[in-house]
Ligand binder design. Structure first.
Ligand code: FES
Length: 254
């Protein structure tokens, strides 16, 4: 596997912002949005357009040539004329810098790591949203590392890595997460037991088992978590109005 390469200082890239960097000879578009850093190839899969030159809006970058949009978090192609994803790479934030590790192919090795500016020291009873951490002035750490107590907001951020395999929209923005409860693990001191109430878009959703497994994997990867429990809740039933604006935008629903 390739090594992480330091490509920029944190302060060089405003939030929101983007820049073009070179990683081991490959040109990579690097993004800073919502306190997180993301990296994808600077190559539109339609016809090679330079994505770092495109317009960045939320988590989408528009190719400056013919307008195809890509998700900067995953490299997924979101609109025509591009239909194939571009490569998304691993990112970490460490020692005041942003580091990128190249992936071999789009989608290879699971979801890419995203670099985050983590929360500062805060009271243990206080939840640590990325926005709050930025306002307070922060130190650096990796996404799954320490930097603040585990809280519902952080778990929901982790859950955004899980996507409905048919809609390609994350389960948080789809409105599938009804509740997140954390409690101290009785078996492993210092760790948390996470219970997630989750619904499906339909009672017979064929993607259900995969979504449950992906949900457990995404949250269970945190070193602060001892166990993840997923409860399927069908009451109240899911309805499209539970989707966020980002999800509607992604699905072309207005
Ligand atoms: S080259 Fe990017 S949309 Fe055509």
């Amino acid at each position: 596997m390739a090594e992480f390469v330091r490509v920029a200082d944190i302060a060089e890239i405003p939030d929101p912002g983007k820049t073009l960097v070179e990683v081991s000879g490959d040109m990579v578009a690097l993004f800073h949005v919502g306190g997180m850093f993301y990296a994808i190839d600077d190559v539109c899969t339609h016809d090679g357009g330079p994505l770092a030159d495109g317009e960045l809006r939320d988590y989408k970058i528009a190719c400056p040539r013919h307008g195809a949009k890509f998700d900067i978090r995953t490299g997924a192609a979101l609109s025509m004329p591009a239909v194939r994803p571009t490569r998304a790479h691993d990112v970490k934030v460490e020692e005041g810098g942003v580091w990128v590790r190249l992936r071999s192919a789009a989608g290879a090795g699971g979801p890419p790591l995203h670099g985050t500016i983590a929360a500062p020291v805060v009271p243990t009873s206080t939840c640590c949203t990325p926005a709050a951490s930025r306002e307070a002035g922060e130190s650096t750490a990796e996404l799954t590392g320490a930097g603040g107590p585990l809280c519902e907001d952080r778990v929901r951020e982790m859950l955004k890595e899980v996507k409905d395999p048919e809609l390609f929209v994350n389960i948080v923005d789809l409105g599938l997460i009804y509740g997140v409860t954390l409690s101290p693990a009785t078996d492993v001191p210092g760790k948390q037991h996470v219970s997630i109430d989750m619904t499906m878009t339909s009672p017979a959703c064929p993607a259900g088992p995969q979504l449950i497994a992906d949900t457990k994997r995404a949250v269970g990867a945190s070193p602060e978590v001892s166990a993840v429990e997923v409860r399927i809740v069908m009451d109240p039933p899911w309805t499209p109005d539970r989707m966020t604006e980002a999800a509607r935008d992604q699905l072309g629903i207005f």
